[in-house]
Ligand binder design. Structure first.
Ligand code: 15L
Length: 267
């Protein structure tokens, strides 16, 4: 198989669960980690419970690993402290360990919320200045910057996947534009992992939906061609033809409802 040992973090999350089943052909051993308890290891799997904020645990987690699919961390707007621990402190632990172990490539689950304050009337590419729409989005900007640094300084390659909305099907009108079908997610991860030279690449994770906010030409070298589309679900949200609705502030920005969250503190 192409890899001896692949690490998938966040293996108990929404996308981790999908990937766990689908990446098996790529490695002799898939190491799975999550902060919570997940289903026990099956054949050719290893399970290691790990809190990204725990430096020693992360250093051990990366031992013997050949490439990383980093889907761990906080994935929505949350208490600022939790986001900082997992997505900032924890991500630094991860890259420190990647460097120590001589690992050459990371696939980083970023998010479209790094640019969620762009209006829905605008099409942007990966060169557009960041406009995060929440603190969670800001933490993902940190991940894109940190991975850029580790490439420029140490030559560690990262593909940042600015994932739109990856679910079994679009859940609201906005997701008709941001939808990333699971099949396309797996294909995008495959392209990110197997393209020979990626340097530091930023790509939008989106299916071939009818409405487009994101131009992926700057990541054309990945060879990702989505096969699925939210068009398959067109009858579900017929009103999305009139998108964006003028009266709905969450339809004004690409980030949708995330733009309204505001920082969340403990007290
Ligand atoms: C994200 O970044 C979240 O991780 C996911 O749960 C979705 O809400 C998605 O964005 C989205 O914008 O739909």
């Amino acid at each position: 198989k192409p890899f001896h040992r692949l690490l998938l973090t966040g293996a108990g999350g929404g996308l981790g669960t999908v990937l766990r089943e689908r990446i098996k052909p790529w490695a002799d051993i898939v190491r799975l980690s999550d902060v919570k308890v997940i289903a026990p290891a099956g054949p050719n799997e290893e399970v290691m419970q790990c809190d990204l904020a725990d430096r020693e645990a992360v250093l051990s987690l990366l031992e013997g690993v050949d490439a990383v699919l980093h889907f761990g961390g906080v994935s929505v707007e949350e208490q600022v402290d939790k986001i900082v621990q997992a997505n900032i402190v924890g991500l630094h632990h991860l890259y420190e360990a990647v460097h120590k172990q001589g690992i050459k490539r990371v696939i980083y689950a970023s998010s479209s919320h790094v640019v969620g304050f762009y209006p829905t009337t605008q099409v942007i590419d990966a060169g557009a200045p960041l406009r995060p729409d929440c603190i969670y989005g800001v933490s993902k900007c940190f991940g894109e910057a940190l991975s850029r640094y580790y490439y420029d300084r140490f030559g560690i390659e990262t593909v940042c996947l600015r994932i739109g909305s990856s679910f079994d099907e679009p859940r609201n009108a906005r997701m008709m534009t941001t939808f990333l079908a699971y099949d396309d997610l797996v294909e995008l991860v495959r392209c990110a992992l197997f393209t020979p030279r990626v340097g530091h690449t930023i790509t939008f994770g989106v299916s071939d939906n009818k409405t487009k906010w994101w131009d992926n030409r700057l990541a054309a070298h990945l060879g990702y061609v989505p096969q699925r589309s939210s068009r398959e679900f067109a009858e579900r949200f017929p009103q999305s033809g009139e998108w964006p609705g003028k009266e709905d502030v969450t339809a004004t920005y690409q980030g949708g409802p995330f733009v309204l969250a505001g920082p969340i503190y403990k007290d």
